[in-house]
Design a binder for this molecule. Structure first.
Ligand code: ZN
Ligand code: ZN
Length: 477
């Protein structure tokens, strides 16, 4: 009997024995990854003589049940000292090194919104914002224009949806571009710059961010390299910013907001310029990046389904998360009542997850409310959102033959109102015969440091899961 045959026989014997294990299922477990965006925090909520994080302070019986029946740990999304974006945090969580595969925010945002981007077009993540003008000096006073409503943003966006911009190069030659603006959700949108017919310039996405995540002085776009084409495109973008400012300032929606003493959405902030250079061969996903890890061009990337031999689906409200999922070739399941905020329809999302688990090996569920609260510096709201979501997670705690992971893409401490490099808590739950349960009883940033997973990084998460579901590769004999 050769080695392979012996092993096969042994496996079969194991299968027979497994019948004695309570609840044992021989088919591969399903995997559900639940991400609370920006979940990690620092102690801010006063309890008697202690300070607790929003997660520690939250009453969350369902998540704590998963914690008691699971294995926990603390994870560095990228590496110590690097503050992750949501995009890079999630790429790492899905097992794609963000330093190799980050394409840039603009493309991801566009993909998420279902906007078709062609090679040679530059995409930006865009925000409606409020600026104050004092002669030539512009100041950003609200980066999100008071988080204007969808309907207001929709109306404003339609007034600037397609604008032609003409600029001159140093040689006096004329360059013409078309600027397409798409509203996505709330104050968010996508800007796409494409060449007008006959325009010969080589497109270059090395354009600085106008949105630097801070209020104060308005910084117009600049070229990030010394090429003239980047300079010309930055110049055209700045022209577009001025032109749209004129249109938005006079818009009836803003007149109405002014009357109600609300911040007006009179300007657009852009960031994450990125571009697909060419269509990549069939069988590869069309997008990817390798430029400085910040602004990207296309390279081929192995889709999730090929990399892990699992088909995957995403359920999220925000465009960026759907964009990351589409970038990796996951199916995006639309839940019309899912928003990228506190008011998201958690029940509808959980129902969609239960459905998606029937057909998919891997399901990614995203909640944005925690990150929004972190950016707003509202610890009570963050705690409340966790508690609200927890209520709807009951059916998740009753899943059979399923591995559930709960974690975050990064921390967004309320005290910082921004992302931080702090590691995030993680828990992995599943059938008792697959998971080495640890002693951690409550899910919190500090408790989980006693957990059985120890201190890991996000790039370890998928390999750990593959190990649990018996898909890990053998090295040696
Ligand atoms: Zn995030
Ligand atoms: Zn954030």
């Amino acid at each position: 009997m050769d080695k392979m045959e012996t092993r096969r026989k042994k496996n079969n014997e194991n299968k027979t024995n497994n019948k004695n294990i309570k609840g044992y299922k021989s088919e591969k477990p399903k995997i559900l990854l639940i991400a609370f965006d920006g979940l990690g925090d620092r102690p801010v909520i006063k309890r008697k003589n202690n300070l607790l994080t929003p997660l520690e302070a939250a009453k969350k019986p369902n998540i704590d049940k998963l914690t008691r029946e699971g294995i926990t740990g603390i994870s560095n999304p990228i590496q110590p000292g690097i503050v992750p974006g949501s995009d890079t945090g999630f790429l790492a969580l899905f097992g794609y090194d963000p330093f190799r595969f980050y394409v840039g925010r603009g493309i991801l945002e566009a993909l998420g919104a279902g906007i078709e981007i062609n090679p040679g077009e530059i995409a930006f993540r865009a925000n409606f914002c409020t600026i104050e003008k004092n002669g030539k000096e512009w100041r950003i006073i609200d980066r999100r224009a008071g988080r204007i409503t969808n309907q207001e943003a929709e109306e404003l966006a339609s007034s600037i949806s397609k604008i032609k911009i003409e600029v001159k190069g140093t040689d006096g030659e004329k360059h013409v571009f078309e600027f397409l603006f798409y509203h996505t959700k709330s104050h968010r949108g996508v800007l796409v710059i494409r060449k007008e017919k006959g325009e010969k310039i080589q497109m270059n996405p090395l354009i600085s961010d106008i949105d630097t995540h801070s209020i104060g002085e308005f910084r117009f776009a600049k070229a990030l390299d010394s090429s003239e084409n980047a300079e010309i495109i930055a110049k055209a973008l700045n022209e577009w910013i001025k032109k749209t400012n004129e249109t938005l300032e006079k818009h009836p929606v803003n007149m109405e907001r002014k009357k109600r003493n609300l911040p007006i959405a009179n300007c657009i902030l852009t960031r994450g310029a990125s571009m697909i250079e060419k269509t990549v061969k069939e069988g590869t996903v069309k997008y990817g990046a390798d430029y400085n890890g910040i602004y990207g061009w296309a390279v081929s990337i192995k889709p999730f389904s090929q990399k892990y031999k699992m088909n995957a689906a995403c359920i999220a409200g925000g465009a960026l998360y759907k964009g990351v999922a589409r970038y990796l070739g996951m199916e995006v399941i639309e839940v019309p009542t899912a928003t990228a905020g506190y008011d998201t329809d958690i029940k509808a999302k959980v129902d969609a997850v239960l459905n998606a688990l029937e057909k998919n090996d891997f399901v990614f569920l995203h909640f944005k409310g925690t990150d929004v609260a972190g950016h707003d510096g509202d610890a009570e709201m963050k705690k409340k959102f966790i508690e609200k979501a927890d209520k709807f997670l009951k059916p998740i705690t009753q899943l059979k033959n399923t591995i559930v992971i709960i974690t975050a893409d990064h921390s967004t401490p309320c005290e910082m109102k921004a992302h931080s490099a702090d590691p995030v808590p993680i828990l992995i739950w599943g059938p008792e015969y697959l998971i080495r349960r640890d002693e951690v009883k409550e899910f919190g940033e500090r408790n989980v440091t006693n957990g059985g997973l120890g201190h890991i990084k996000h790039l370890d998460v998928m390999p750990i899961i593959l190990g649990i579901v018996k898909k890990a590769e053998m090295y040696g004999t």
